[in-house]
Ligand binder design. Structure first.
Ligand code: SAM
Length: 288
């Protein structure tokens, strides 16, 4: 079948669900990933066609798009901080605001000192934060933790894909009794986390494709105690950060003030709230 006919079929079938340009972008991302063909290949050779089994693959992708499955899950990959990451439905799709957090952490590190840094990423998911930091801060020893076995499998694959060594722990950050001695006794210069922070009451504001496809374990907290992860992590940071250590969080844009109070109450003196490019309260840095 000719690719331009399949492209038209994408436009026809997805019309009304996505805008025209987005549909074309999906189509080109899919042919690049599945058939190794670029937009320019089709522009230069408009009569290009594909074999039956290939057109079946493209049709399957179209069916997934119609079910609002995110393109990153359909392709099984995405990009974060300029690096390739495998993703599937057991991990959150890395978000651009998290890239801003990673960038902030990197910019805070001394440029000249060569001393080894130790960094822990709590709730690592795809491993996007831990792996980007390991890649950009080669003098860092990086640890990462998640409660989900399936997420850790993806994160380990991503560490290999990006050629970095990360030490992974499977643990529930909310249950200190079950932590390994090794995890309990880590001494860290940087602790970072983008934990679940969306309240149930915010579900109505979320897009259907996120709600239906991304892991709820990664997203939601109960309305009654929305900062429970931050409390547990800040408490862990009080005990495990070095004197000059830094705690970084991605936060719920509506809970900035409560976050500052919580962190100060736990004994951190300097707390800085930072907005993302959309001017939403999104990140926090705290020093002891
Ligand atoms: C918002 S996602 C962040 C994923 C990734 N760090 C990112 O920024 O894209 C939160 C992560 O926390 C993990 N998580 C949820 N509950 C947890 C718990 N009790 N202990 C440890 N990790 C947990 C989830 O599995 C998920 O991977």
């Amino acid at each position: 079948m000719r690719l331009k006919d399949i492209k038209e079929l994408f436009q026809f079938e997805l019309n009304g669900m996505y805008d025209k340009e987005e549909i074309d972008n999906f189509f080109f991302m899919i042919i690049e990933s599945y058939l190794n063909l670029k937009r320019i290949d089709l522009a230069l050779n408009p009569e290009l066609s594909c074999k039956d089994n290939q057109s079946q693959l493209l049709n399957d992708a179209l069916a997934h798009l119609k079910k609002q499955i995110p393109i990153q899950y359909i392709l099984g990959e995405t990009e974060f901080f300029g690096l390739p990451f495998k993703v599937n439905s057991s991990v959150l799709i890395p978000r651009p605001e998290t890239e801003e957090l990673v960038s902030w952490i990197i910019n805070q590190q001394p440029k000249t000192e060569k001393q080894e840094l130790s960094i822990l990423d709590i709730g690592t998911g795809s491993g996007c934060i831990a792996i980007s930091l390991a890649k950009k801060l080669p003098n860092a020893k990086v640890y990462a933790l998640d409660i989900s076995k399936d997420a850790l499998k993806v994160a380990k694959q991503n560490a290999e894909l990006n050629n970095v060594v990360i030490e992974f722990f499977e643990a529930d950050i909310l249950n200190s009794k079950a932590w390994s001695e090794e995890f309990k006794n880590l001494t860290l210069d940087v602790i970072v986390s983008n934990p679940p922070y969306v309240r149930e009451l915010e579900k109505d504001m979320m897009k259907d494709n996120v709600l239906k496809n991304e892991p709820h374990l990664a997203l939601f907290v109960e309305d009654e105690d929305p900062l429970l992860f931050y409390k547990a992590i800040t408490q862990y940071a009080v005990n495990n950060l070095t004197n000059k250590g830094c705690l970084f969080f991605e936060i719920n844009e509506y809970l900035g003030k409560q976050m500052i109070q919580l962190i100060k109450k736990c004994g951190f003196n300097s707390v800085e709230l930072k907005q993302d490019i959309f001017k939403k309260d999104r990140m926090i840095k705290a020093l002891k």
